[in-house]
Design a protein around this ligand. Sequence first.
Ligand code: FES
Ligand code: FES
Length: 140
Amino acid sequence: RNPLRMYHDNIVEHYENPRNVGTLDKKKDTVGTGLVGAPACGDVMKLQIEVDDDGVITDTKFKTFGCGSAIASSSVATEWIKGKTVEEVLAIKNTDIAAHLKLPPVKLHCSMLAEDAIHAAVFDYKQKQDAAKEKAQAQA
Ligand code: FES
Ligand code: FES
C-alpha cells in the first residue's frame, strides 16, 4: 500500500490549502485568543475568534506550528466555528474533526489541539467581556 495514500483527501486538501490562516488584533475586546500546546509532541496552535454583540463568531484565524494533521484540524475548526455562537462551538468535539479528516489513531491528539484551542479562545473572549463590563460598571 502506498504510504502517501494513507491519508484521506480531506487532510491533504486542508493541509495544502489551509483556510483562515493569519492573526486578528488580540488587543480588541471582541477578539478571543487561544494558545495551546500538545504535550505529546510539543506542537503549538493559536486560534483566534472575533465575536459580534450577539455572541456570533464573525471571523476566525489560526496559526499552527505543528504537523499536517494539526494544520488540517485547525483549518477545519475555523471553517466549522465561523457563523456559530461562542456557546455552540464548545460542543465541537475533537473526535468529530478527526472523523471528518479520517485521522489515524496516532494523530488523534492533533485534533485535540483544535478542540482545546477553541475552548481557550472562547474562555479568553469571555474573560475580556467580563473585564470590560466591570470597567463600565466602575465608571457608571
Ligand atoms: Fe473542509 Fe470538510 S473539507 S470542513
Ligand atoms: Fe503533535 Fe500532530 S503530531 S499535533
